[in-house]
Design a protein around this ligand. Structure first.
Ligand SMILES: Cc1cc2nc3c(=O)[nH]c(=O)nc-3n(C[C@H](O)[C@H](O)[C@H](O)COP(=O)(O)O)c2cc1C
Length: 339
């Protein structure tokens, strides 16, 4: 049935349908009907970063940027939901069109540019959620904030979301905010992480609650860069790393040659190889000292299991969910449970 619905939805503009589908899902969820269409969440608890996750398959950031659809998405069977990326102030993001489907490749190219309603609006939405799900909140910087002041934006967001998140993701890897990925490198990265850890420690004391920090990295990194990042994350005592975001690269195998020329981050099936290469290199560099949440290109249960076998403790899905629907979550969680 999902295939038929998808065929119809894919006839229309990608971003409009994205918003419409999420609104429809939330309506079904609120009326209690969504559960009738979807299999029960796979129960396969796993503890990572000190948090118990009902299963190892999460929703990746970017689908629910303003945390408006947590209940509906959670009812789809995810073991955890990551909302955001949210920035201190609301911002419109890049000009439309900025979201492109590559159906033959089961891929997406996006240059959304952190369109979101700002951190205060996100918190109001989080307060309204009814589902008791594990919630990650992914934070970033406003486009207009100069890179040298980026840390201020992360600190503002962290301060605001701390009491509402089970974990917080520091997104320094979106390709669509100019300069953001530079934060992944060298002493600048260590300085950023140090500031974040100082604030985490202060918030831990004042709230009596430790909220782990995860750092999300890009797939477009050399092995030397991955090793350097890994050592800096360990030194800063970061709680987890999320690998990977979308890629700037364009595999030659892409069928939609004209769409492939669009600027933006590529996600979905064609990213699996490059994302897994980073995962394996990262796993070797971290040597078990930090859990990895693996994301990028999962379009089957085997893909998810391969990421676990390559060293991931949890996985996340975005584009595969758009192409395959909730069944993919169920299949991935089941195969990981039985592994
Ligand atoms: C339309 C779109 C928007 C995204 N927005 C964000 C975002 O705001 N923050 C973030 O950390 N990742 C974002 N991502 C990246 C995903 O979270 C994920 O890391 C990436 O798409 C690879 O996973 P996938 O192949 O399963 O989609 C976005 C991806 C897509 C397709």
């Amino acid at each position: 049935m999902f295939k038929i619905i998808r065929k119809i939805l894919f006839l229309f503009d990608a971003e409009k349908i994205h918003v419409l589908s999420l609104n429809m899902m939330s309506l079904l969820s609120a009326s209690g009907l969504l559960e009738l269409f979807i299999k029960k969440r796979i129960n396969a608890p796993v503890t990572v970063m000190g948090i118990e996750f009902p299963n190892a398959v999460g929703l990746a950031a970017g689908l629910d940027k303003n945390a408006r659809h947590i209940d509906a998405l959670s009812q789809c069977g995810f073991g955890f939901i990551e909302v955001g990326t949210v920035t201190p102030l609301a911002q419109p993001g890049n000009e439309k069109p900025r979201l492109f489907r590559l159906p033959k490749d089961e891929a997406i190219i996006n240059r959304m540019g952190f369109n979101n309603d700002g951190v205060e609006a996100l918190i109001e939405n989080v307060k309204r959620k009814r589902e008791n799900c594990v919630l990650g909140i992914n934070i970033g910087k406003n486009k207009d904030t100069p890179l040298e002041n980026a840390v201020d934006d992360y600190l503002i967001c962290m301060q605001q979301v701390y009491s509402f998140a089970d974990y917080i993701t520091i997104n320094i890897s979106s390709p669509n905010t100019p300069g953001l990925r530079e934060l992944q490198h060298g002493d600048g990265l260590s300085a950023l992480l140090e500031q974040l850890k100082i604030q985490q420690s202060a918030l831990h004391k004042s709230t009596q609650r430790y909220v782990p920090l995860a750092v999300k990295i890009a797939p477009d990194l050399s092995i030397d860069e991955i090793e350097d990042i890994a050592q800096r994350l360990i030194a800063a005592k970061i709680d987890a790393v999320i690998a990977t975001n979308t890629t700037n690269s364009r595999p030659l195998t892409l069928s939609h040659k004209n769409i492939a020329e669009e600027t933006g981050g590529l996600s979905g099936k064609p990213v699996l190889g490059i994302s897994n290469t980073v995962l394996k290199q990262l796993s070797r560099a971290l040597n078990g000292k930090m859990p990895i949440i693996a994301v990028g290109g999962i379009s089957s249960a085997t893909d998810a299991l391969d990421k676990i076998k390559a060293g991931a403790s949890l996985v996340q899905i975005y584009t595969g969910f758009i192409y395959s629907g909730p069944k993919l979550i169920h299949d991935c969680a089941l195969v990981i449970k039985n592994h």
